[in-house]
Write a protein that binds this ligand. Structure first.
Ligand code: AMP
Length: 199
């Protein structure tokens, strides 16, 4: 298996670059944010709980999101060649849980790609995304909370994965293609896997 985490602040381009990664490396995409938005749209109990956190820009409690990921891995990713984890982990306990979830499936995490984008640009991108897609948490008040949550709870994972030798920093500014080329080169160097088509 080839398991990758795409890591970065909200608005750093994780979703956009995940789409290219799954296409070029033949992987399965799990975005915990998308799974939660789907639950909200379907009006499930989990969706109702999740909405109260998401609308405030807060994180869903670790135990809920870890259970959810465990289920999604069983239900959807059993046959996958590997997984791109997008938006997970967001806390140190989630990172520890990911190691356990992969280990119990006889696998491991191969690399963490960190998209690094200045904060002013993150805000601008999220405001634009909110205008274009109507995504409810892309409004200025929630964006500010999400960035603060990122700084306090998620950014420490950069250090966590750097210490473990799995963090690949990527400058997340520039065109989608330029950024993807840097990501793909980083993945190739770290794992020995090759992208399907090199332009
Ligand atoms: P995203 O689409 O990844 O930006 O996630 C949108 C929102 O879903 C976040 O602001 C959180 O409220 C929630 N969420 C997504 N993934 C996680 C996670 N791994 N842990 C806790 N909350 C999450």
């Amino acid at each position: 298996m080839l398991n990758l985490v795409i890591f970065g602040a909200p608005g750093s381009g994780k979703g956009t670059q995940s789409a290219k990664l799954i296409d070029q490396f033949g992987l399965y995409h799990i975005s915990t944010g998308e799974v939660l938005r789907d639950h909200i749209a379907r009006g499930t109990e989990l969706g109702k709980t999740a909405e109260t956190y998401i609308s405030k820009g807060q994180l869903i409690p670790d135990d809920l999101i870890i259970d959810l990921l465990d289920q999604v891995l069983d239900a959807e990713a059993k046959e996958a060649k590997g997984v791109v984890f997008d938006g997970f982990p967001r806390t140190i306990p989630q990172a520890e849980a990911l190691e356990d979830l992969l280990e119990k499936r006889g696998s491991k995490l191969h690399a963490v790609i960190g998209l690094e984008v200045p904060e002013e640009e993150l805000v601008e991108r999220m405001i634009n995304r909110g205008r274009q897609t109507g995504r409810a948490d892309d409004n200025i008040d929630t964006i500010k909370n999400r960035l603060e949550v990122y700084r306090n709870q998620t950014h420490p994972l950069r250090e966590y994965y750097t210490t473990r030798g799995s963090y690949i920093p990527v400058n997340g500014t520039g065109t989608v293609e330029e950024i993807f080329d840097k990501i793909a080169t980083g993945v190739e160097n770290a794992t020995g896997e090759r992208r399907r088509t090199k332009k």
